[in-house]
Design a protein around this ligand. Structure first.
Ligand code: 5GP
Ligand code: MN
Length: 338
């Protein structure tokens, strides 16, 4: 995003506008944190803003300031559609292809608003008039901070905005440990604490929210964990029955894929989660070092994401998906275990 574009956006935001802000389907901490942070900021500038999520998000995000105002497209479709139709500006955050918003794509692709994308995933599409894309960024939340910085408005970062931004940086960096965490990320986080983000409370609100059944589901996941030393690969599967037997709620399997990656020597970890409602197997892929799970997911599992963290899906059965997965591993042997 160059200076001229920033100036055009400043001009656009200089008079009150109807603004809609959209995260991707099945939004995570970064998607919810960034959309709410931007919404608080734009509201403070005098705009009418609505965050419209394609669908529901995990319970551990249901305390973030402003979260109770989020409109869910799949539940309040007519309200959402009219807000989208009336929007003058639509911000799309934490995704870069309209297929990432499910059924909401239909409404958004018809909208006449000016689109602004803020996102850190690879291979951005070009649907937006203004595209702020940076794949080196830790999180979209960090980019919202830099966006406000580019608008010379850091002074407007309230404790609520600081909290929202902190959530997404913390969750997308695995609590500041992934390679995308830079010294700049730490400087941003330090400033957020100075501006009122309560780092200990945020960590507790997100991570200390286990239920007994969720912990037991993690036990099942660990029990199902398989290691393929020849490919430095580990994978986990969870069937719909295993989820049902443990009172599964959205977000309960968050982070499970990293269990495989925590085994010494493992470079590639995957989790396959059966979703009978949607008729798919949801897949999360993680890697360490130079092995690109973004490429694996794009090529074999209709997905994408980042170099070391990606997602995708399969329409095969759980067993057939795992067999397909095992069958593609030999083609990556040279990279995984040279
Ligand atoms: P997760 O495995 O936690 O669902 O997602 C890991 C990363 O991949 C996130 O940045 C997420 O936005 C992205 N991602 C997850 N699922 C998909 C998908 O189906 N398609 C694409 N393009 N990206 C995905
Ligand atoms: Mn993100």
């Amino acid at each position: 995003m160059n200076t001229q574009e920033i100036n055009e956006i400043k001009e656009l935001l200089s008079t009150p506008k109807n603004i809609v802000i959209v995260p991707h389907k099945n939004p995570d901490g970064d998607a919810i944190g960034s959309t709410l942070a931007l919404s608080h900021y734009l509201t403070a500038l005098g705009h009418q803003t609505s965050v419209i999520s394609p669908n529901e998000y995990p319970g551990f995000l249901k305390w973030i300031p402003g979260e109770d105002t989020i409109i869910k497209y799949n539940e309040s479709t007519s309200t959402a559609k009219s807000k989208i139709e009336n929007a003058e500006i639509i911000f799309t955050l934490d995704f870069n292809h309209l297929s990432r918003i499910g059924d909401m794509e239909e409404s958004l692709s018809k909208a006449e608003a000016t689109f602004i994308m803020i996102d850190h995933h690879q291979q951005p599409d070009d649907y937006a008039k203004y595209t702020y894309s940076d794949t080196s960024m830790s999180s979209t939340c960090q980019m919202v901070y830099h966006f406000i910085e580019k608008l010379d408005d850091l002074k407007k970062i309230s404790p609520e905005i600081a909290t929202c931004i902190y959530v997404g940086i913390m969750t997308d960096t695995g609590s500041f440990r992934f390679r995308s965490t830079t010294s700049v990320t730490h400087r941003v986080v330090s400033d957020l604490i100075d501006r009122g983000a309560d780092n200990t409370a945020i960590h507790e609100n997100i991570y200390d929210t286990n239920t007994l059944s969720r912990l037991q589901l993690k036990g099942v996941a660990l029990n199902n964990l398989k290691v393929l030393p020849e490919y430095k690969t580990a994978y986990i599967s969870l069937s719909q029955k295993e989820l049902d037997d443990h009172n599964f709620r959205k977000g309960d399997t968050e982070g499970f894929v990293n269990l495989g990656l925590s085994i010494e020597g493992i470079k590639f970890a995957v989790i396959f989660i059966e979703n009978k409602g949607e008729g798919i197997i949801k897949i999360s892929l993680r890697s360490k070092g130079d092995f690109s799970v973004n490429e694996v997911s794009r090529k074999h599992f209709e997905g994408g994401g980042h170099h070391n963290a990606a997602g995708g899906k399969s329409n095969l059965s759980l067993q057939d998906t795992i067999e397909k997965f095992i069958s593609i591993l030999p083609s990556y042997k040279n990279v995984l275990n040279p």
